[in-house]
Ligand binder design. Structure first.
Ligand code: FAD
Length: 435
């Protein structure tokens, strides 16, 4: 049964999914919504607190229907980027280049990434063709063995932090309450009579609620036994400073993404910094619980392993060697939580009727900030499309004896999931923190 419009609703986490959920709850008339987060917004540990993220429109479903969910949710998300005044100002429809450079990577590129939408891409076969996609002086590298596809419209990047803060401000102006710092740092879900009746926060307070929505991203398994459905995994990003002239030259560029080595978008408008991500299957931080269970536990760090910096520089040396030795001015690890099938997990909890999960960003969650909260509210109101409900359901059976080393379709670096436990204390960058 749908909650009443004045039901007390707690959203745990004011990141991408939490802010989107708060916004959609407020828009549908829920008047008693409180969002809790340990940090003032934008939370420095939110994966959405970033200068830019890649987005793309959805394509028609494949004939066998196997792509329905991924394409349907992209279509709904994209509508938000082109129509919703809260998000529209942050979208840059600059196009997207996807590439690879080894036989295995190229096979993945053509047989999986581009397979249903080949006609939307112009094929790029050599360095000269890559260089022509951007103004002269941007791509100066020799693109060794690179091949790829260029989608000129219906894809690009968004100013992520701007969109996140815009959702937050709009939700707040519609009456949602945000509580941050220790009073927003949830330490425990309160269980009573076989249900979740609210949360406890670090300041010792108890918050009763008719409904609790867990949207704590990669930190969700710290608060609830997720039955191995989430694997907290970190990726790495680094910034270099660009000159004013370079920022002008680099304006309105398509995204350049090599699924085996890394990606970049144009410099951000606030600081004139170019963000580069080295692409790889991610890092976990393994530990063992007292009961002998293996778990990856997120931690915050505004540094990246030196091996990651080396990969960033290699990516630059292949694409823009004139930038490859420029010092880093910022870097961080950024946590996400993969489900085994990389679908979201948006579901009631099977044992606690007043607990709802809104997690499982799985590396592609940001572009859905426009709409993911709408799916959460659809679920509460019984209106979530059946195929989405099935894909997003609580599904511990998919995580039994989970293969924690599974790269889940990702490539790059050593082509395996890495472990922060293998990175020595002196094997990290040593940059000034911005916290
Ligand atoms: P988050 O945004 O991380 O939010 C979790 C929130 O929970 C945070 O605000 C945190 O402070 C809060 N929290 C944590 N613990 C507690 C607690 N105890 N109590 C209360 N609150 C708590 N997606 C794209 O679509 N395109 C991209 O190009 C893209 N690039 C990415 C690049 C990197 C390096 C990474 C790491 C991810 C990328 N993603 C991208 C994925 C996307 O950022 C995530 O899927 C999405 O942000 C996940 O949203 P979330 O709300 O689940 O988590």
């Amino acid at each position: 049964m749908a909650p009443s419009k004045d039901a007390s609703i707690l959203v745990v986490g004011a990141g991408t999914f939490g802010c989107s959920t708060a916004l959609h709850l407020a828009r549908r008339g829920y008047t008693n919504v409180t969002v809790l987060d340990p940090y003032e917004l934008p939370s420095p540990i939110s994966a959405g607190n970033d200068v830019n993220k890649i987005i793309e429109e959805g394509s028609p479903d494949s004939d066998d229907g196997s792509n329905y969910v991924s394409q349907r949710i992209l279509q709904v998300a994209y509508e938000g980027w082109i129509k919703d005044p809260v998000f529209k100002p942050y979208f840059h429809n600059t196009g997207f280049i996807i590439a690879a450079h080894t036989p295995a990577g190229l096979e993945q590129l053509t047989k999986r990434e581009m397979v249903h939408k080949k006609s939307e891409y112009e094929w790029l076969d050599n360095a000269a063709e890559f260089k022509k996609t951007m103004p002269e002086g941007v791509l100066t590298g020799d693109f060794p063995n690179w091949k790829g596809g260029w989608k000129k419209e219906g894809a690009g990047w968004v100013f992520a932090r701007g969109a996140l803060m815009s959702a937050f401000r709009e939700a707040q102006s519609l009456g949602v309450k945000f509580v941050t710092g220790d009073p927003g740092n949830v330490t425990k879900l309160m269980e009573e009579g076989g249900d979740i009746v609210g949360v406890e926060t670090k300041d010792g307070k108890q918050h009763q609620a008719d409904l609790t929505i867990l949207a704590a991203g990669a930190n969700a398994p710290q608060l609830l036994d997720m039955k191995d459905q989430l694997r907290p995994t970190a990726w790495t990003l680094a910034h270099i400073k660009m000159t004013e002239e370079e920022c002008k030259l680099y304006k309105d560029l398509p995204v350049l993404f090599n699924l085996e080595s890394g990606f970049f978008m144009e410099p951000d408008a606030e600081r004139g910094e170019l963000k580069i991500c080295d692409e790889h299957p991610g890092y976990c931080n393994w530990s063992t619980t007292p009961s002998g269970h293996r778990q990856s536990v997120p931690f915050a760090k505004q540094q990246v392993p030196l091996e990651s910096e080396a990969r960033v520089r290699e990516f630059l040396s292949h694409t823009m060697p004139h930038l490859s030795s420029r010092p880093l001015v910022f870097a961080r690890i950024c946590w996400c939580a993969d489900t085994p099938d990389r679908n979201f997990l948006i579901s009631h909890h099977p044992d606690y009727k007043s607990l709802v999960l809104a997690v499982g960003g799985s590396g592609h969650g940001f572009m859905h900030i426009t709409s993911v909260g709408g799916f959460v509210v659809d679920l509460l109101e019984g209106g979530l499309e059946s195929r989405l409900r099935e894909a997003f359901k609580w599904r511990p059976e998919t995580a039994v004896d989970r293969d924690w080393e599974n790269v889940q379709g990702r490539r790059g670096g050593p082509n395996k999931v890495m472990n922060f436990g293998d990175v020595g204390e002196d094997e990290w960058t040593n940059l000034e923190s911005r916290l």
